[in-house]
Design a binder for this molecule. Structure first.
Ligand code: CO
Length: 178
């Protein structure tokens, strides 16, 4: 396993609709392993493949002690509507309240190539929807009002005006302190 670099706001791959995976091979399994490791080190609850620069429909979620990969996921049922705060590893330090369905049922492929069905509510349902949005090139900012989005974007640009690119290395804290 190895850590992958994170693509931040501004990277074109975040705005791309990612391609279907279809058959799960060793390369996809390696991507899933790397994404789990990268998500853990970056302290995220979810990560989509385009956030590590790979435009394929793969995402991982780790919420409420439930860790799972979603390959070619689709939402087959959704219900309710609830607002809660979201952030994104690709838009560090920026948070906003997003309205989403409260409960979803998805179908996705796991690392073994088996199609599965999963029901989720609350934070898990939110994380799943946030990640599937990524696969379609959608960021949580897109769900906010224009005014709110412009305020957050202005703050992000101010905080990142000295950035030289939109790819950030992910580093384990323990390793950097040794
Ligand atoms: Co995100």
């Amino acid at each position: 396993m190895s850590l992958r670099s994170l693509h931040l706001l501004g990277s074109p791959v975040l705005r791309q609709r990612s391609a279907e995976v279809g058959t799960v091979d060793d390369e996809v399994r390696r991507l899933v392993d790397d994404m789990y490791e990268t998500m853990e080190v970056a302290k995220g609850v979810g990560l989509a493949a385009n956030q590590v620069g790979v435009a394929r429909r793969v995402a991982v979620v780790d919420v409420e002690e439930d860790r799972f990969e979603m390959i070619d996921p689709v939402i087959v049922e959704s219900e309710g509507r609830v607002a809660a705060e979201e952030g994104c590893l690709s838009i560090p330090e920026i948070f906003g309240d997003v309205n989403r369905p409260e409960r979803v049922v998805i179908e996705a492929t796991d690392r073994h190539g088996a199609r599965y069905r999963k029901e989720a509510v609350g934070l898990k349902a939110r994380a799943i929807q946030h990640e599937i949005d990524h696969l379609d090139g959608i960021l949580f900012l897109d769900h906010l009002s224009l005014v709110k989005r412009q305020i957050l974007l202005a703050r992000y640009r101010r905080d990142h005006k000295d950035d030289t690119g939109y790819v950030k290395e992910v580093q384990a804290e323990s390793a950097s302190q040794e």
